[in-house]
Design a protein around this ligand. Structure first.
Ligand SMILES: NC(=O)c1ccc[n+]([C@@H]2O[C@H](COP(=O)([O-])OP(=O)(O)OC[C@H]3O[C@@H](n4cnc5c(N)ncnc54)[C@H](O)[C@@H]3O)[C@@H](O)[C@H]2O)c1
Length: 456
């Protein structure tokens, strides 16, 4: 593992052998890159991953930020980041040149691709954005360019899918005229403790020189340090198993939670007791949504199935977690009478982010509405326009102290929801109504004669 700079004694030619840059000597490599500020980087895809990365790189290098969505570019140029990850002050300060057309940008040495890699309706990898971005980048490559992928993919995608597209679009040879790299992103949006600066960055290049270049470039802007993986496929695999492992662990806890409900046991009490063992893994039950944990295991399963290996536990975990929205909606339905007025608090896929993609809370709301309940949704973090566009729901603009509901469902533990006084929460519920606490939002609220409490 090397941190910050490359430890090898060899020399490295930025631009990789075609004379674009001066030869940079080993021990001063990091300093030279910084001082010369010669490396030109284009970040392709400026979402949750690409934008914070572009900002970090722009502290030391010349950076162009390209996004295919012109609206995103206009917003960024107006210092607005709708993901909430980067402040207006930081955007105002950054020297990044934001563009919505890649072909019009000046030539550049290093491309970093961070576009979405979702799944299709059959849970197979949807590589449309990745392939399109590769074609566009391919059209801009020159001798010695390096293309690094940060999008989450299955092992082999960078070299077997992106490489040939880049070759075709550029007319250049991969591994001779231009080079590939992979560096998985591990940030945790909404979590200031696990942002780009504070998480070790895994890098791998197609050749040793590329790996060293990447370790140096990323090491210059990521104080947490660099881990050099032996090759691109290993780095790709490491990323997908990180999220698949998390998915499986949550699925296990979700399964035992359902068992405890059948046995009449309180899940949190059982987990609190089990956690006192030194090697018990501390996972909590819940809805698994978003575009990483609920998606990446399918990428791994796809890679396995391509090799005619049938994964068991990975897909079992997905089945359990994908079934949790229905389980929860049916439990809520059992607790209330027909046509109840329900208040769901929190709609995004996780706490303190505005991201609604694959939010399983939306699925819970849909099922409850199909069961003819009147479902109201309050989410102080989500954008009401996005909610309308994604699921056709109107968010309550604020909580009305005169309103009463048959059930209040704490679905997402946004800080702003946790900060609402407990008495105000209890006052929202009709006598003999029920508080459904999915995420331990209100652990201290206890059942009384007039209040029922159900926890996942
Ligand atoms: N968000 C996370 O927490 C997270 C964490 C680790 C890894 N990842 C992975 O990183 C990748 C990006 O995720 P994200 O959350 O930043 O996505 P995002 O949707 O927030 O951002 C992607 C951006 O790429 C743009 N885009 C789409 N196609 C493009 C193209 N062809 N050319 C240029 N721009 C294009 C979109 O307009 C969007 O602004 C995905 O593979 C994801 O799995 C995400």
């Amino acid at each position: 593992m090397c941190t910050g700079t490359v430890s090898s004694q060899s020399t490295i030619l930025l631009g990789l052998g075609h004379g674009k840059f001066t030869l940079v000597s080993d021990k001063n490599q990091k300093m030279n890159i910084n001082e010369q500020n010669e490396l030109k980087i284009t970040v392709v895809g400026l979402g949750y991953v690409g934008l914070p990365l572009a900002l970090a790189l722009a502290r030391k290098f010349s950076v162009i930020g390209y996004d295919a969505d012109p609206m995103r570019i206009s917003e960024l140029m107006a210092n607005k980041d709708r993901t909430g990850e980067v402040s207006a002050a930081k955007l105002l300060d950054t020297p990044i040149k934001f563009v919505s057309e890649l072909s019009k940008t000046p030539s550049c040495d290093l491309f970093i691709v961070a576009v979405p890699t979702p799944i299709d309706d059959k849970n197979k990898p949807n590589l449309h954005a990745l392939e399109k971005a590769s074609r566009e980048v391919g059209g801009c490559l020159s001798l010695g360019s390096v293309v690094v992928y940060e999008s989450t993919v299955f092992p082999g995608a960078t070299e077997d899918i992106c490489g040939p597209i880049l070759e075709e679009a550029s007319g250049l040879n991969c591994g001779e005229d231009f080079y590939l790299g992979y560096s998985p992103e591990r940030i945790n949006p909404g979590d200031k403790d696990h942002a780009i600066d504070s998480v070790t960055k895994v890098v791998a290049g197609q050749t040793q020189e590329v790996t060293k270049l990447l370790a140096s470039v990323y090491g210059t802007v990521i104080p947490a340090g660099i881990y050099v993986a032996p090759n691109i496929r290993t780095a790709e695999a490491a990323k997908v198993i990180e999220n698949a492992q998390r998915d499986i662990n949550i699925a296990f806890i979700n399964e035992v939670t359902m068992i405890f409900h059948h046995l009449g046991l309180n899940t949190e009490d059982v987990l609190a007791a089990a956690r006192t063992k030194w090697n018990f893994l501390d996972f909590r039950p819940g809805l698994v949504g978003g575009h990483c944990i609920g998606v990446d295991p399918y990428y791994l399963a796809y890679a396995a199935e391509k090799e005619e290996f049938k994964p068991e536990i990975i897909l079992a975990g997905r089945r359990i977690n994908d079934g949790m929205a229905r389980y929860l909606a049916e439990e809520i339905d059992r607790l209330v009478v027909d046509r109840s007025r329900l208040l769901v608090m929190g709609l995004t896929f996780k706490e303190n982010v505005s991201d609604l993609r694959n939010s399983q809370v939306i699925e819970v709301v849909r099922i409850l509405m199909k069961k003819n309940h009147y479902v109201h949704v309050f989410d102080p973090v989500a954008s009401s326009d996005d909610v309308k566009a994604i699921c056709g729901l109107s968010l309550l603009p604020k909580l009305d102290s005169e309103e009463r509901f048959d059930a209040v469902i704490g679905a997402v533990a946004h800080q702003e929801i946790c900060d609402i006084p407990l008495e105000s929460i209890k006052n929202l519920i009709k006598p003999r109504g029920v508080l459904v606490d999915v995420k331990q939002v209100w652990p201290s609220i206890k059942a009384t004669e007039t209040l029922r409490v159900w926890r996942l």
